[in-house]
Design a binder for this molecule. Sequence first.
Ligand SMILES: NC(=O)c1ccc[n+]([C@@H]2O[C@H](COP(=O)([O-])OP(=O)(O)OC[C@H]3O[C@@H](n4cnc5c(N)ncnc54)[C@H](OP(=O)(O)O)[C@@H]3O)[C@@H](O)[C@H]2O)c1
Length: 338
Amino acid sequence: MADQYNVAIVGATGLVGQEFLKIAMQRGFPAGELRLLASHRSAGKKITVGERELEVQEATSKSFEGIDIAFFSATTEVSTALVPAAVKAGAIVIDDSSAWRMEENVPLVVPEVNAADLEGHEGIISIPNCPTTPLCQVLWPVHVVNPIKRIIVDTYQSVSGAGASAVNELNEQTRQVLDGHAVSPHVFPHQIAFNVLPQVDVFLGSGYTKEEWKIINETRKIMHEPELAISATAVRVPVYTGHSESVHVEFTRPINVEDFTKLVHAGPGITIQDEAAVNVYPTPRSVAGKDDTYVGRIRQDQSVDSGIAFWLVSDNLRKGAALNAIQIAEELIARKLV
Ligand SMILES: NC(=O)c1ccc[n+]([C@@H]2O[C@H](COP(=O)([O-])OP(=O)(O)OC[C@H]3O[C@@H](n4cnc5c(N)ncnc54)[C@H](OP(=O)(O)O)[C@@H]3O)[C@@H](O)[C@H]2O)c1
């Protein structure tokens, strides 16, 4: 096992890429060379990472010589085009985009749930869509004890989930509305400032959006439950960072709030924040910047025999993206798979 690994970050100038560099420093990730890659627009830009000042290079198919691990966090088009070149050059790819997630030979991994799937990797590992990761993380410790019959999840997704340009759009529109000016949406289909949009990504023929399709099918793949009954409504809210989810789950056997809470609490990387009597529950504001997934509002779902309803919040840039990717790399190193 090497002491250090040469790492390329494709999308190093983006929201997830920047968070990735911050977390890698915080966790002391054993990076030898750090190769920062982005589009031609950023080539030559200097970024300080810890003690090092590094120059961003344009990502091309020739960017991966000598790289052990390549983190892709750019666009689906970039991952589709450049991931094969990175694998061919000998790198293990951890990909944040949706390009490879549903391929049969590509593990889709939340380490707290299915780290064992890494054992069969063939060079590409995908990380799930940002609301899917915390949902699987929280439900898994209960599912292994009392199998899930059905999940209904409604998400409240922050604008940073759509990248830096979406954050700028919320800033700009907020100013325009407060100044009494007209708003012209570019990133989102309608005004996002002071509004809520029941649409994340494009609509599919089924009436679901692509984001909802991802939540449904990625959850099934991660949990190895291809027939799992699950429905989702994904909603964009004018929050900068932190995705919230209202979840209703029906289990095979009856379960009470105390047992559900105990099982979830025992899951790694989960904090319970649930004191209704004193208005304590997680919010995106309180969870942004944190690594854990936070759970509150746990209650019996009175509409079914064996149901629990709860609320979860996670930082979409951290556990929803960069942190999950780094944890996968740490797991690969621990399992001697790099
Ligand atoms: N944001 C989240 O919460 C989240 C969660 C899970 C997964 N993801 C996924 O992570 C990826 C990045 O998201 P983000 O929020 O960081 O987006 P972002 O802030 O818009 O950043 C996009 C990054 O991609 C780079 N890029 C764009 N076109 C490129 C090209 N042709 N060649 C090379 N690099 C290119 C950009 O470089 P320039 O600066 O040079 O344009 C920038 O570094 C997406 O695939 C997204 O679906 C995001």
